[in-house]
Every structure is written in structure tokens, then in C-alpha cells.
Design a protein around this ligand. Structure first.
Ligand SMILES: C[S@@+](CC[C@H](N)C(=O)[O-])C[C@H]1O[C@@H](n2cnc3c(N)ncnc32)[C@H](O)[C@@H]1O
Length: 353
């Protein structure tokens, strides 16, 4: 069994995917307390460490925990935020604004894991005309890793969502070469929003509770997979919208957005994603951290946490803790567990042959 640490773990979408593929998660590190509570609740005995990854003392603490666990660090995984990324001069990656990324280099350098995996927004591939991406590849290669990166689409791996992510995979030179998992689903068979969530109570009459009951059996293979043996419906609470929000979204057809509204309606929001209603027969747009611009394909409300969690492929027994705002952030920030699982399975097959 391979053992991993997850840097910038958040609620642990990436970790959950690795765990479901059979990887032992030793530790997740983040500085968001609510996300760490969710992480610990859903990852067996994994420790959630509340620490700032831009500080040296955090590395000392990680080392202490890793040593006392008695397990080797075989994999380093993580999704460092790349806001404010900067390349001020030729190859000046050491700019302090990049320090969160530098944390990942430092961990790989220190532990020399068998492999590593880093996830980021696709836009990072073209930032500074690709110089950042090239610099990352170069640095890891100079540390003795074969490294590749690729933009992957979550829907290709059975996630009901058109989420794209840039993934760097590195395998230690003495072990082998990275390779990305092949798509498991072709475009015509992408899992749709309806297949993902139409067994969940509508929440049009009542808002529901954090811990509630299902009202019907699963209706699709995807729903069966998500529900598995789960008997409690967690985190399925609707937002109590103002009447004008309900009236406005009622005018948007399935798959439409603000451009479909009559003149004079909903004009307070007219940017690209505003008043977007999902299409029941397609995967969803990228789940965000709760900007309230995406609406249910059928009901006149934003999706609940559980609906968004389903669209992110979190199984129903994955419980989100914290306030609704914190839960939204945890779901929207996450790597879809099914995508994480496909990547983990590929890495395991490369490393264990
Ligand atoms: C994109 S999210 C990671 C999501 C996670 N990989 C998942 O799949 O659920 C980035 C995370 O970095 C954390 N973060 C940001 N700055 C940090 C810092 N200085 N130290 C530790 N964590 C930090 C945020 O709290 C957030 O949870």
C-alpha cells in the first residue's frame, strides 16, 4: 500500500479519490479550520493539520508527524492556490508570491517520494506564455523526476461536470514514467445532471435539514454508486431565495442564462455565468465556491450542497461540516474524487508495476 500526504488538502476531494483507489492518507495540511474538520471526518484515521504552508515551521511539524506515523511518504499530492502567481524576471520563480507552490517543491525535495501529483486551474498552463508551467516541469526534472502535465476534463472520468484541470504528474526516475489515465466515458455518454441528482427531494416546499431522509430509490447507475450503503441524506438543504430571484430564474430555460431573460429583468447580473440554469441532459458547468449564479435544471433555486457534491462525484456518505458558505467553498474548491481516483489508480499501476 502506498502512503500519501496531501498539501492544501481542503475538504479532501483529491485525498478521497486517492483513498478510494487504496492509498493510505497519512496527513492533510491546510489553513482552513472548517475544511480540515470535514477532511478528518471523511478520511479514516488521516490527520488534518491546521498550518500555514508558507512557513518553515510547518515543514518541521509535518516531519514530526510523518516520523511518528512510522510510514514512508510514497506520494505527495496537492492543489496549491496559484492566485497572484508572478514571474518578475527570467526564471524568477523564487518570488515570495509563489511561496505556496514552492512548498510543494520543498516537500518533494525533502521526502523524494515515489511520485507526486499537483492540480491547478487550466489557465496556469498559459500564464506568462507558458513560462510558469515550463519552470515547474524543469524544477521537478532537476530533482530526479520524470514529469508530464496535461489538462484533463472531469466528465471523461465519469464526473457529471465539465470541469477542466491542469495536472502535473511526476514519477521518480528510478521507478518509471508518468502517464495519464485514458478517458473512461466518451462524450455521448457523459453522466448528466439528471442522472446525477434526480433522486434527491425537490426542496421546493420545504428547505430540509442537514441530516434528512431519502424519498425514493436511486434511479441511475451513477446514483447507485453515489449512495452505495448510505441511508442518511446529508447536507441537502435549500437556499431560501427572495421572491425576485425565484421569479427571475423561472424565466430562464434549461441550459440558458441571463441572455434569455426579457429586457429589464435580472439586469443586475449580466456577466458570462449569470443566471445560468443547468441542462438536465448534460453535465453541469464547473461547480464554483458558491457565487449563486448557477441554478437547478428544474427547480427555481441554486443547487444544495449535496447536489453540488454529487455533481463533483463526492459519495453521499461524505459529510460536509461548517457553515453553508464554508461548505460551498469546500465543495467548489475540490478535485472531483472520481478524477482523483482515476489518477491514483494510474500512479499505483506505474509505481507498483
Ligand atoms: C484548491 S483548494 C484545494 C482543494 C483540495 N485539493 C480538494 O481536492 O478538496 C486550495 C486550498 O489551499 C488552502 N490554502 C491557501 N493558502 C494556504 C496556506 N498558506 N497554507 C495552507 N493552506 C492554504 C485553502 O484553504 C484551500 O483549502
Amino acid at each position: 500500500m502506498l502512503h500519501a500526504i496531501d498539501l492544501f488538502c481542503g475538504a479532501g476531494g483529491l485525498s478521497r479519490g486517492f483513498m478510494d483507489a487504496g492509498v493510505d492518507i497519512i496527513l492533510g495540511v491546510d489553513n482552513d479550520k472548517a475544511a480540515l474538520k470535514t477532511f478528518e471526518k471523511n478520511h479514516g484515521n488521516a490527520i488534518g493539520m491546521n498550518a500555514d504552508l508558507s512557513k518553515q515551521e510547518t515543514f518541521d511539524k509535518i516531519q514530526e508527524i510523518a516520523e511518528s506515523s512510522g510510514r514512508s511518504i510514497d506520494l505527495v499530492i496537492g492543489g496549491p492556490p496559484c492566485q497572484g502567481f508572478s514571474l518578475t524576471g527570467p526564471r524568477n520563480f523564487d518570488d515570495p508570491r509563489n511561496k505556496l507552490y514552492l512548498a510543494v517543491f520543498a516537500m518533494v525535495k525533502q521526502y523524494k517520494p515515489k511520485g507526486f501529483l499537483i492540480e491547478n486551474v487550466p489557465g496556469m498552463a498559459t500564464l506568462y506564455e507558458g513560462q510558469i508551467k515550463e519552470e515547474i516541469l524543469k524544477r521537478f526534472r532537476s530533482m530526479g523526476y520524470n514529469v508530464e502535465c496535461k489538462i484533463l476534463t472531469a466528465a471523461d472520468y465519469g464526473v457529471p461536470q465539465m470541469r477542466k484541470r491542469l495536472v502535473f504528474m511526476g514519477i521518480r526516475e528510478d521507478i518509471g514514467f508518468p502517464a495519464f489515465p485514458k478517458a473512461k466515458v466518451d462524450e455521448e455518454h457523459y453522466v448528466t445532471c439528471r442522472e446525477a441528482i434526480d433522486d434527491l427531494p425537490p426542496r421546493t416546499e420545504e428547505l430540509g435539514q442537514e441530516q434528512d431522509e431519502y424519498i425514493m430509490e436511486p434511479r441511475s447507475d451513477y446514483q447507485k454508486m453515489m449512495r452505495k450503503d448510505c441511508t442518511i441524506l446529508w447536507n441537502h438543504v435549500a437556499t431560501d431565495h427572495k421572491q425576485f430571484v425565484k421569479d427571475t430564474i423561472a424565466l430562464v430555460p434549461e441550459g440558458g442564462n441571463w441572455k434569455d431573460l426579457p429586457k429589464g429583468v435580472g439586469e443586475s447580473r449580466t456577466f458570462h455565468e449569470a443566471w445560468t440554469r443547468y441542462h438536465g441532459d448534460k453535465p453541469s458547468r464547473t461547480i464554483d465556491t458558491g457565487h449563486r449564479n448557477h441554478f437547478h435544471y428544474q427547480y427555481n433555486r441554486v443547487p444544495t450542497i449535496r447536489e453540488n457534491a454529487r455533481l463533483q462525484s463526492f459519495p453521499d456518505d461524505f459529510v460536509f461540516l461548517g457553515t453553508r458558505t464554508q461548505q460551498n467553498r469546500q465543495v467548489g474548491n475540490a478535485v472531483p474524487p472520481l478524477l482523483g481516483k482515476a489518477l491514483a489508480e494510474k500512479m499505483i499501476s506505474i509505481i507498483e508495476g
